[in-house]
Design a protein around this ligand. Sequence first.
Ligand SMILES: Cc1ncc(COP(=O)(O)O)c(C=O)c1O
Length: 413
Amino acid sequence: MKKNPVDLEKQYLIQTYARSPIVIERGKGCWVWDAKGKKYLDFVAGLGVNALGHGHPRILKALREQAARAIHVSNLYYHPYQGLLAAELAKITGMDRAFFCNSGTEAVEGAIKLARAHGGRITKDKFEVVALDNSFHGRTIGALSATGQPKYRKDFEPLVPGFHFVRFNDIQDLEAHVNERTCAVIVEPVQGEGGIFELTREFLEAARELTRRHQAVLICDEIQCGLGRTGRYLASQEYGLKPDVVLLAKPLAGGLPLGAFLAREEVAASLAAGMHGSTFGGGPLACRVALEFLAVLREEKILANVRRVGQYFYKRLLALQKKHPLIRAVRGKGLMLAIDLDQPSRPFVEQALARGFIINSTHDTVLRFLPPLNIETKHVDLACGILDSLFTESSREAAKPVGEAAPVSAVRA
Ligand SMILES: Cc1ncc(COP(=O)(O)O)c(C=O)c1O
C-alpha cells in the first residue's frame, strides 16, 4: 500500500523536526492548501522565505525562462546574473561587494571567515568574535558558535573557540568584551528566532564605535529582518547604521535557496582567490530570480506596503492585548511582529492551524508573525479575528472550575 508523506517521513527521515501535522501541497499569495484541500492563511511564509507569497507571476515567469536557459553554471565561469545581482545589492545596502552561497548559515560562516582573515591581516591574535545572548545565526558549527542560546549549542560542544557573548542591549557588557583581539561583532538588528527583540539605536551606535576603535568588523545579520521585512531594505538602515558586513538569505531568491554576505571594499579585500568558495552558490537560476524579486520590491512598492500594513497589524495586536491579559507584550516592526504570552504559545499554534491559520511559536511563549510582505489589511483582519476567538476561548476554559475544562482534543477541533 502507498504510504502517505507523514508515515514515510516518520520511517525514513532523521527526526530533527517537530512538524505540525499537515501536508502542504500548494499555495497562492498568502494562502496555502493541504493534501485534503483545506485552505490556510499563511503568516509564517516559509519562515520569511516566501516574501511575495506563492505563485507571484513575475517570479514564476523569471523562473521558467531561466530554467529553460541554464539552471546551474559552475563558479569557474561567468554567467550574466551574478554580477548584476551583486551590483543591485550594493545599491540598496550601501555595501561594495558580495559573495553568494545557499543559505543563511553559510552566509554567517563566510562572514566569520572574512572577519578572521581581515583580523589576521591586522595582528595575529585578532580572531575573537563577540555575539549577543539569545541570538540565532544558524546550525552549522561556526554559526552555532555565534548563537547565544544554550539549547541549540549544548549537544555539540565544544564549539569553535574565540566566541564571547554579551547581554542584549547592554552597552557596558559590550565595552567589556570588545578589545584588540576582537575581529568581529555580530548582531541581528532585530532578533528573530529569539522572540523578536529590537536592538536599541544606542547599542548599535556603541557597537559601531567600538568596532571602529578596535579595527574589528561590524556584521549585521539581516537574514530574517532584512530585504523589506521591517519596511526598509535593511533593518539597520532605520538607524543610519553603516555596518562592514551584511548577511542576507531567506527571501532573497523568491523561494529558491540563496544567501549572501556583502562587505565594504576594504574588508572584502581580505578574501583572495581560493580562500572561499561554493559549488552551488550564486547560480544563474537563483540570481535571475533574485533580481526579479528585488525588481518587484521596488516596482510594486512593497516596502511602503510593509510599513503601512505592519503599523495596522501592530495596532490591532495592541488592541488584542488590551482585551486579553494573557498577552504580556507586543513586539516588532514592519511585518516582523510577535506577541508574548504568559503561557506556552505552542498550543495556540495548533489551535490556529485547526482554524486555517498558520503561525509559529518561538522562544516558548512567543507567537511570531512573518507574513508575506504583500499582504493587505483584510488579511490582518482575518488573522486578528482568529487570534481574538482563540484567546477568548482560552480564557473561558481557564475560568471553568477544575474538572469542567474541555478535553484538549475538543479545544483543538
Ligand atoms: C537571523 C538569522 N540568521 C541565520 C539564520 C540561518 O539561516 P538558514 O536557516 O538559512 O541557514 C536564520 C534562520 O532562521 C536567522 O533567522
